[in-house]
Ligand binder design. Structure first.
Ligand code: CAO
Length: 414
């Protein structure tokens, strides 16, 4: 018996498609689920299965041909075995026969319809491999023509998943002799640098980061800081800008609590914290350390200044106790005392957000009410966050709110 394979109605207003691949050749033996043709329309890529067991007798289309519903594509000579089971009464599956099948937890076939339609393009070999490995091709971004998922795309995806599952990527074992190009000096990494490096790499690989940038007009606040700085100096307290920022962040966190949270170990629940302990990145000769300032919301600018002086001095002298670096709910990384226009900090897990601050500068800004330009002292800042927990809109809300609090002196007068 000869079975004619015609292009069925593809639905969704698709009248025709282009043959992108003829997978079989004349004389090939095929089984019902074997893909014989791959078609591509404007909307999707489709695999046409053989539907029967048999031998390919004639192929009536070639790659790049345009085909329409009802067109004859291929003729298959149906094998005798394919015909016999139809005359036999199908055996009822007994429970014993079903149990081992269920236990095997065979993956659900991805393409169980006669024609499988997907919103991505990929060759049959890529589709077959993805099916075998149970990889959902829809999660892979294709780099081929029309966004086609290539074998390289699939391989890159597999490598990335393996790296994520097994922790940090193994360091390249190949030793490079840099001295062949000039003079070098080898320095051993400090313990802090090695530990921090591993933590940062893990955070970078496991958290989908986004950074939102903004700036705040701190003209009045800076003038006020100078007043408090003088007063603090009399008591031996160094008042920098950071304590003001901490107070402002604590206010925003109370308004938008998801930024003061952590995902639980199952990644299914958000643990919202009602305390405000901030990690502060301190640059030390041995590397980056992050001591934690407790109960920021309950402390005055002078209290926070004292805490910062104490913790940063002891961090630089390696005198911090382990308990002083744990329990943080949010981290601040200030490079404002050094320089730079902006940077994107890495979230400090299990926290979900971190604020980076760069050096404030005087800039001419346009005043809408007077129509004139005015010099303003603007502080650039950046908020990196875990996109699994925080949406972009919430992040923009956070930075906008932080900016408005920092430009409102009444929030700080004690
Ligand atoms: N814009 C302008 N000036 C700023 C500023 C800003 N955003 N931030 C701080 N300054 C000023 C301070 O107010 C201070 O000015 P005065 O001398 O007039 O008082 C001066 O710069 C020096 O401040 P500081 O750096 O000593 O103190 P701080 O409280 O701002 O910061 C600390 C303390 C510990 C955070 C800081 O010394 C430090 O180690 N920063 C580096 C952190 C780091 O390495 N982060 C990167 C981590 S990698 O992601």
């Amino acid at each position: 018996m000869i079975q004619e394979i015609k292009l069925p109605d593809l639905g969704e207003g698709i009248e025709g498609a282009e043959v992108s691949e003829v997978v079989v050749s004349v004389g090939a033996t095929v089984r019902p689920d074997d893909t014989i043709l791959v078609l591509e329309s404007d909307k999707a890529s489709m695999e046409i299965p053989a539907e029967t067991r048999g031998t390919v007798l004639e192929i009536l289309v070639a790659a790049s041909d345009e085909v329409k519903t009802g067109d004859l594509l291929m003729k298959i000579e149906v094998s005798r075995e394919a015909l016999i089971p139809q005359t036999k009464k199908e055996e009822e599956p007994t429970e014993e026969k079903l149990v081992p099948l269920l236990d095997k937890k065979k993956p659900e076939p991805v393409f169980n319809e006669k024609i499988s339609k997907n919103t991505f393009f990929a060759s049959p070999s890529v589709r077959r491999l993805s099916r075998e490995l149970e990889i959902n091709l829809e999660t892979i971004k294709g780099t081929g023509v029309k966004g086609r998922i290539t074998k390289d795309d699939l391989n890159a995806y597999i490598k990335l998943q393996m790296a994520l599952a097994s922790g940090p990527l193994p360091a390249s074992k190949k030793e490079i002799d840099f001295s062949q190009w000039g003079e070098v000096e080898v320095q051993k990494l400090t313990r802090i640098k090695r530990i921090t490096g591993e933590r940062l790499q893990r955070a970078w690989q496991s958290i989908p980061h986004v950074t939102q940038f903004d700036e705040a007009d701190i003209t009045e606040l800076e003038a006020y800081r100078k007043v408090l700085k003088k007063r603090g100096a009399e008591k031996g307290i160094k008042v920098t800008f950071l304590p003001f920022l901490m107070k402002a962040v604590a206010l925003v966190l109370k308004e938008i609590p998801e930024f003061n949270s952590s995902l639980d170990s199952t990644d299914q629940n958000l643990v919202l914290k009602k305390y405000y302990h901030f990690g502060v990145a301190v640059d030390t000769p041995n590397g980056l350390t992050v001591p934690v300032v407790r109960d920021v919301d309950q402390k005055s600018i002078f209290d926070l200044s004292e805490d910062l002086m104490d913790l940063s001095t002891r961090a630089r002298n390696k005198k911090l106790k382990p308990g002083e670096m744990t329990g943080g709910t949010f981290t601040l990384s200030s490079l404002g005392g050094i320089g730079g226009t902006a940077f994107s900090p890495i979230v400090n897990p299990p926290e979900v957000a971190i604020l980076g601050v760069s050096k404030s500068k005087w800039k001419q800004t346009h005043d809408k009410s007077t129509g004139k330009f005015q010099p303003k002292f603007l502080m650039p800042f950046s908020l990196s966050y875990d996109h699994r927990v925080i949406d972009g809109a919430a992040a923009a809300h956070f930075t906008t709110r932080l900016s408005s609090i920092l430009s409102d002196l009444t929030q700080f007068k004690e």
